[in-house]
Design a protein around this ligand. Structure first.
Ligand code: DX5
Ligand code: ZN
Length: 218
């Protein structure tokens, strides 16, 4: 079932606690972007914010780590309340070990590919993970324009996942909005991380409701 995962990068974090009750009526997943100013230029938030949001909602916390050497922190992401931990393939030397580490913590495991990284890098791990995240932009900032070439990776993963009868979800992150959604759906993604297109609206929950109706999501 296709889902929108609102990405809190574009939200006012202080307002989130107030927003969560209405958001959780419209979305099962919440996308949490952790950035370190090293793997990507930007710095966002870490464990204390995830931890303080955790008791406020039952939403599935989809943590997208954009940090160097992420294995150092998987345990703390899990303790803080993440349900899925996705790491960038560019940031680890032994992806399989990292995937096993995440699974051992009781979390779903995801691999992500930044804009310049070839889809080939993820193919050997598709059957080992719960989700593969394709960036539609250069990781680091919200509100950028989707780079259409990235949709080719989604098409390739869709074909691969379907032909091998895998249950791996394809998440697409960056530049998704009402205008670009039809192309991302057509390419075959399952999860749509959306930041500015949701939190840039006065009523994010209402926007989610409208988008779901318009595009037939759950
Ligand atoms: C950027 C983040 C995205 C970001 C997307 O590196 O991973 O999750 O929130 O923002 P929009 O939807 O505004 O492109
Ligand atoms: Zn993200």
């Amino acid at each position: 079932m296709k889902k929108i995962a609102p990405s809190i990068l574009s939200s006012d974090i202080c307002d989130l606690a107030k927003l969560l009750p209405s958001l959780e009526k419209e979305a099962e997943w919440l996308h949490l972007d952790v950035m370190d100013g090293h793997f990507v230029q930007n710095i966002t938030f870490g464990f204390p914010i995830i931890k303080s949001l955790r008791p406020k909602t039952k939403m599935f916390f989809d943590t997208h780590s954009m940090i160097s050497k992420p294995e150092r922190y998987f345990e703390r992401f899990a303790e803080a309340g993440s349900n899925a931990i996705t790491f960038h393939l560019e940031t680890v030397e032994k992806p399989l070990n990292a995937i096993k580490q995440i699974r051992a913590l009781g979390c779903k495991a995801g691999i992500a590919l930044n804009n310049q990284t070839s889809a080939k890098k993820a193919i050997p791990f598709l059957h080992e993970v719960d989700l593969v995240l394709v960036m539609g932009i250069e990781a680091g900032f919200g509100g950028q324009k989707l780079i259409p070439k990235d949709l080719e990776k989604v098409r390739l993963f869709r074909k691969e996942i379907d032909s091998r009868k895998l249950s791996t979800l394809i998440s697409f992150d960056g530049g998704v909005n009402r205008q670009t959604l039809p192309d991302v759906i057509e390419a075959g993604a399952d999860i749509f991380a959306m930041g500015s297109a949701i939190f840039g609206k006065e009523n994010p929950a209402e926007e989610l409701k409208l988008l779901k109706k318009e595009f037939g999501f759950c």
